[in-house]
Structure formats: C-alpha cells, structure tokens
Ligand binder design. Structure first.
Ligand SMILES: [Fe+2]
Ligand SMILES: [Fe+2]
Length: 203
C-alpha cells in the first residue's frame, strides 16, 4: 500500500446542480452490502455514520442536513474493502455518477488529507475527518473492556492513546490534526464518541 498514491489531484467534487440530492438510506445500505464483505469495516462505517448524524442532531440541523452528514459517514470507506488502491476515488466516482449532493462527495474526498490531498473545508468535512480515526480507536478500546462502553471515561481513552502499541494503526497525529482543524479539543471529541457510539444502529 505504501507505494500506491491515493492522491485525488482535484478539488471539485460532484456538481452544484445536484445540491440537495441525497441517496435514500436503504440504497446506501444496499451499496454497502454489495461492496463491503468485511463485517468489521461495515461496523466502522455505521459507527462513523451514527456519530456524524448525532453531531448534526446536537447542532439542531434540519432533517435534510442530518441525512447528508449520516451518508457521508456511512459511505466514506465503501471502496476500501475491495479496491484499497482506489480508495476513495471509486466511491466518489460512484456518487458522482448517481448525481449525489456535492457536499457529501467532498466530505468523503477530504476524510484523509494526508492521503487524498484534499483539505477538509466545511464543518461536515472536518467532523468526518475528526470522527474517523477516533471512532475506530474508541471501539477497539470498548472491545478490550469487559464492560464495553459502560463506565468508559475520557482519561481511559487518553491513556490508551499514549500507549503507542495499542491500536497502533490509528494515527495519533491525524487525531490531533483533525481536532485542531475542527477547533474542538480532543477530550471533547472523545467524550462525544463515548457518549454516542454505543447507540449506533449496526443493522
Ligand atoms: Fe478511509
Ligand atoms: Fe474510516
């Protein structure tokens, strides 16, 4: 993987005329079932989708906007399972061909600025980037705790973050960078993930 460039080399995604065009949730879930065979990856996408939705709800956004946030989270890694060398180009092109809202496509395109070369600009872009790594990290922590999410505390998560051998593939640098870009302290992001992730609908 290290030798493959995932740079997208562009900064415009989707088309303005498709603004407001959201994929029905059942269609997005069918796409996930078709493209993603790895159950753990599916759980990850549903958890990130749930966090995005919960965050949009906490901000008091409209139903339409909440759906956009949810879809960006739900679909952000859809191509990772079968086409890792085309991540996230393939899902972007799929959503462009289906004339989906450009904001959803852009958020997906900017979920890993170091890899895709696309800067997170909107609040939705920044929160997808922020929740992505942290969600997986907190989930990994929940799996090693006998009580799962129950009684989990921010300080416990932070202790694991300092332990570089725990969930070593999760980039601590990206977590810090995403928190700075979103202008939300890492502690607050962790608290939000702890408080919301256990309720994610994994169906
Ligand atoms: Fe990804
Ligand atoms: Fe992800």
């Amino acid at each position: 993987m290290e030798n493959i460039s995932l740079l997208l080399n562009r900064d415009l995604f989707g088309s303005e005329e498709n603004r407001g065009k959201v994929m029905p949730i059942h269609e997005a879930k069918t796409l996930l079932d078709d493209w993603v065979k790895n159950e753990k990856l599916k759980v990850h996408m549903k958890q990130v989708g749930h966090l995005m939705k919960a965050f949009a709800i906490s901000k008091g956004y409209s139903e339409e906007i909440i759906d956009k946030w949810y879809l960006a989270g739900l679909l952000h890694d859809a191509d990772w399972d079968q086409w890792p060398d085309q991540h996230c180009r393939k899902i972007i092109e799929e959503l462009e061909s289906k004339a989906i809202d450009p904001e959803i496509i852009r958020a997906i395109a900017s979920h890993g600025p170091r890899y895709f070369g696309v800067e997170p600009k909107s609040e939705m872009d920044k929160m997808l980037y922020a929740f992505d790594e942290l969600s997986g990290f907190v989930h990994a922590y929940s799996l090693m705790r006998p009580e799962g999410y129950t009684g989990m505390e921010v300080k416990g998560v932070k202790k694991r973050l300092k332990d570089k051998t725990f969930a070593a593939q999760v980039s601590r640098e990206d977590i810090q960078d995403a928190s700075e870009r979103a202008e939300i302290p890492v502690d607050d992001l962790i608290q939000f993930v702890i408080g919301n992730q256990a309720d994610a609908d994994l169906t």
